[in-house]
Design a protein. Structure first.
Length: 413
């Protein structure tokens, strides 16, 4: 009957008797386990960041943008005279139930803002509507946002992002001050509270004004004649997330009727935050699987290293094996003995790999500039893989040792 305590003790002594060789043998497993954990942590961190950024755009958002249906070869979009119009915003607000707000966003970039001797270049001016702060979850830090009346009249007013306000008015209150944006004088009526960078957009580095003013003063005249009051994106905030699909259906029917298109050939796209997150998640999931597979190659290399060292160990300990067999050890005892040594090497390598992988992920998160999220399943999976590697690659050496002829083994020098 096998004495498992003795087997473990013997395996431990064998590992300790060749410390450097054991460490080098475990190195492949350590690297493999750590790589799997860190690669999955990086991809999970990326996925979490994307999800947070999309959710940071606002709550229960519906995104509506133009969809260009192209004609035959060499033809352009078939809806050049259609597309989303500014008037669609009012129609949605007045005729769709269950919404908390609706806003449009029409941006003009590469603008210059001047106040006295201070000049800021390459700024973005966002033309929008009063619900913009509600839909995009922005807060007015001082002053106010513009009204529907100011949008209708194309009033020359502007709300500044916090960073723009600090740069233009480092020592004073911007409210009521006049700034020159390109060649248009605008009166500052409000300053937004800091929002920061969300999905690549720095809300603090932008200016906001009535969309009708953008159409009249900041849209190039030739482009304005072609597209009229066309807008690129409409945002709708749904009051109750459980009512999301109903609101989407209402908007689809409303805009299809307004644009005189069928629901099978819509000239616009409607997406939700969940759909965008799901698309991003599927991409990062594929990327994660690829990274885990590449990192898993290190585990296989580590397993091959264990098998090589164990085969060498069988050759070096042939006489010892013969002695064990001579005093009554069965082939099963010998097989279990060498499997235990291989498993011990892989398990210790797995433990060290987990420590390196988890620790490295947190360090990389702190100083590497990229978010990482350690997933518990990645730790369990990588450690289990290390154990299976030890058993799989340790089997052949253990089998060879168990099948040695006792007489031949005793004569081995």
């Amino acid at each position: 009957m096998m004495n498992y305590r003795e087997i473990i003790h013997t395996a431990w002594q064998s590992v300790l008797s060749n410390k450097l060789r054991s460490i080098l043998t475990m190195l492949g497993v350590i690297i493999g386990v750590a790589a799997v954990i860190m690669m999955i942590a990086i991809s999970a961190g990326t996925e979490a960041t994307i999800s947070e950024q999309i959710n940071g755009l606002g709550s229960n958002l519906i995104f509506i943008n133009e969809s260009f249906n192209r004609g035959g070869p060499g033809q352009g979009p078939t809806n050049q005279k259609g597309g989303l119009k500014y008037s669609d915003v009012a129609a949605i607000r007045d005729q769709v139930s269950g919404i908390a707000g609706v806003a449009v966003e029409q941006s003009e970039s590469s603008l210059t803002a001047k106040v006295n001797d201070i000049t800021l270049e390459d700024l973005t001016l966002v033309g929008t509507t009063p619900d913009y702060t509600t839909v995009r979850e922005l807060e007015v830090g001082s002053g106010r946002f513009f009204t529907d009346e100011e949008v209708t009249k194309a009033s020359k007013v502007v709300v500044l992002g916090s960073s723009v306000a600090e740069s233009l008015f480092p020592d004073g209150d911007p409210l009521g001050q006049v700034i020159m944006v390109n060649d248009v004088k605008l009166t500052v009526i409000g300053v937004l509270s800091p929002k920061g960078l969300v999905s690549g957009t720095d809300f603090d580095e932008q200016m906001y004004c009535p969309i009708q003013l953008v159409f009249k003063k900041f849209t190039p005249s030739m482009f304005a004649r072609i597209v009229g009051d066309r807008v690129r994106m409409i945002y709708v905030s749904v009051a109750d997330s459980t009512n999301m699909q109903n609101v989407i259906n209402q908007i689809t029917i409303l805009l299809a009727n307004r644009h005189k298109v069928s629901t099978d050939s819509l000239d616009f796209n409607i997406r939700t935050q969940d759909e965008i997150i799901a698309t991003a998640s599927s991409t990062t999931e594929s990327f994660r699987t690829l990274l885990a597979g590449v990192a898993g190659v290190s585990l296989i290399v580590g397993g091959i290293g264990i098998m090589n060292i164990m085969l060498v160990s069988v050759t070096e300990r042939t006489r010892e094996i013969g002695l064990r067999q001579a005093i009554g050890a069965t082939p099963l005892d010998i097989r279990v003995q060498f499997l235990s040594e291989a498993l011990m090497l892989s398990l210790f390598g797995g433990i060290l790999g987990v420590i390196v992988g988890v620790g490295g992920s947190y360090i990389f998160n702190a100083v590497g500039g990229m978010r990482t999220v350690v997933l518990p399943y990645s730790v369990f999976l990588s450690f289990l893989s290390a154990a299976l590697v030890g058993i799989f690659f340790g089997y052949v050496p253990a089998k060879n040792a168990a099948e040695l002829d006792p007489i031949v083994a005793l004569r081995h020098e």
